[in-house]
Structures are given as structure tokens and as C-alpha cells.
Design a protein around this ligand. Structure first.
Ligand code: FE
Ligand code: FE
Length: 290
């Protein structure tokens, strides 16, 4: 059973010092001053923990794994929390990284939201910025890093070679399933991304938690913000439908706020909390199902 063997050996490795280490890697990779042809050089210089992380992610994110996680989490039967409560819960995630230089989870959420607010974007986009990483509570539920963060990609069809470290897919059991290795795989051309299963992580989980409450543009930002092969590399266009084409510019508009708002001043939580509590109330009831 190659599937079980590969899974068991690699499952307990974690690899990243902290979840932020993946965010930092992506931020550096997509630095506006970096040329596309230098991506590979950048990838090869990644710390070993980051490489190990991608190896785990690419090996273990099989179609079966993704479908199982969707069954487990899409019913939102785990708990009930308000949005601000979820932010505070996420903030209990303890990172091994240096507390002086790294932002807390709540600070990254607030910096992203504040940068969007400063640029005068719609209120739902500010809220999407505040909330976009709340799905990382999966880590606090005990999910391994490789099932929480990482650039996402479709499962059940051929992997694009524009996905970072494509060589690590050789160890994924789906590599041996011929049906999953064609251009469209189990999908129909133009079926729309909603029908496409992406590797499991914080994006997809938060989409299921928030889909009854936010406008479609905000839901696309939440659901696809880590889908770099699509919104940055232009891959998988053959699976898109008209709705995806209409929403892609919003996902692209959101991305720089996620990547590059870290250098901005650290917002004082107590100063901005009243604004965000009112904004949350505009869209959400006091508690929602997770
Ligand atoms: Fe994220
Ligand atoms: Fe983020």
C-alpha cells in the first residue's frame, strides 16, 4: 500500500518554524522586483524547513484526503464562535518564531484590513481582509501545517508545473492514478472552480464557514487567496467559468494587501476594535457555526 506507507512516514513531520514562515516565503517569491525566471532560484534557496513543508504538502494532499477533509469540516458541526472571538482564538496559536520581529495572527489580520480600509475599498473587502486567515484555527484543531497553509492547487487533474516545487508531486499517490493525470482529470472543461476540489487548507475551510454571510467577491478572496497557480500564474483557465473570470480581478486586487501590508505600522488592537466590531455586526450574527 504505497499510499499508507507514504502518508505514515511523513505525517508527523511539521517542517515550518511557524505558519508565518510559509507566508514569508510566498511574500519573498512574489516580490514585485523579482523576475519570473528567478522564481526557481528563489525556491532553491528556501530554508530546508520550507522545502520539507512543501514535500509534505505535495505528497499528502491527495484527492481522497481533500474529499475526506471536506466531509469532516464543511458541515460546520465543530463549534460556535463569533468572528472577533475566532480572531482571539486564532491569536492563541503559539509560534516558535521570534516574538519581536513577527506579527501575531491578530496583527496580520488587522494590518491587512487597515491597509484595505485606508485605500477606500468597500466595507465587505475590509472585512474579508480582517477575516481571510481565520481558517488557520484548523491548526488549533490539531491539523498538521501542510493541511492548513501552502499555495493551493486542484486535485483530481494534472498538476501545473507552475506550482512551487512540482517535483514533490512524484511521491503523491495520485501520480499513479491515470484519470487524475489528464488536463481536465475528473472535471469538465469550463465547469467552474466551485466544482473543482483544491488542496485542503485554511482558505477552503473559511469559505464554508462564511459562505452564507458575505458577498461573492469577498468569498472569492477568502476561498482563493492561496491559489497562486491561478491568480498569479494564470494556470487552470480551462476549468474557469464566466463567474470565475468576473471574480478573478477581485482576488488579484486582494493579494497585495495580504502579502505586503506587513511593513505597515502595527495597529493598536483596542483603538480599532470598535470599528471592526461594528463592521462584523453588519454582516454576521453574534455567533456562527464552525
Ligand atoms: Fe492566508
Ligand atoms: Fe494572510
Amino acid at each position: 500500500m504505497p499510499f499508507l506507507a507514504g502518508y505514515a512516514i511523513l505525517y508527523h513531520m511539521e517542517a515550518l518554524n511557524s505558519l508565518e514562515q510559509w507566508d514569508d516565503f510566498v511574500e519573498g517569491r512574489y516580490d514585485p522586483n523579482r523576475k519570473t525566471e528567478d522564481f526557481r532560484k528563489y525556491d532553491d534557496s528556501a530554508p530546508s524547513g520550507v522545502r520539507d513543508f512543501y514535500q509534505l504538502n505535495h505528497t499528502n494532499q491527495t484527492r481522497d484526503f481533500v474529499l475526506e477533509k471536506k466531509r469532516q469540516y464543511a458541515s460546520r458541526g465543530r463549534t460556535e464562535m463569533g468572528i472577533w472571538e475566532a480572531l482571539e482564538y486564532l491569536n492563541t496559536l503559539v509560534d516558535d518564531s521570534d516574538p519581536d520581529t513577527d506579527l501575531s495572527q491578530i496583527e496580520h489580520c488587522l494590518q491587512t484590513a487597515e491597509a484595505i480600509r485606508r485605500d477606500g475599498h468597500p466595507r465587505w473587502m475590509v472585512l474579508a481582509g480582517l477575516m481571510h486567515d481565520l481558517g488557520k484555527v484548523l491548526c488549533l484543531y490539531g491539523e498538521p501545517q501542510w493541511a492548513v497553509v501552502g499555495d493551493t492547487f486542484p486535485v483530481g487533474c494534472a498538476w501545473s508545473n507552475k506550482i512551487v516545487f512540482p517535483e514533490f508531486f512524484a511521491q503523491n499517490p495520485d501520480a499513479k492514478v491515470p484519470e487524475y493525470q489528464t488536463r481536465n482529470g475528473v472535471y469538465e472543461e469550463g465547469c467552474g472552480l466551485d466544482k473543482v476540489d483544491l488542496s485542503w487548507g485554511h482558505d477552503e475551510y473559511l469559505y464554508h464557514v462564511t459562505k452564507d454571510y458575505l458577498p461573492m467577491e469577498a468569498l472569492y478572496m477568502i476561498r482563493y487567496h492561496s491559489f497562486y497557480p491561478w491568480h498569479r500564474e494564470g494556470q487552470y483557465q480551462h476549468l474557469m467559468n464566466d463567474q470565475d473570470r468576473a471574480m478573478l480581478p477581485w482576488v488579484q486586487k486582494f493579494n497585495p494587501y495580504d502579502l505586503y501590508s506587513k511593513s505597515a505600522a502595527r495597529p493598536k488592537v483596542s483603538d480599532v476594535k470598535p470599528f471592526y466590531e461594528e463592521l462584523i455586526q453588519e454582516y454576521f450574527p453574534a455567533r456562527i457555526a464552525w
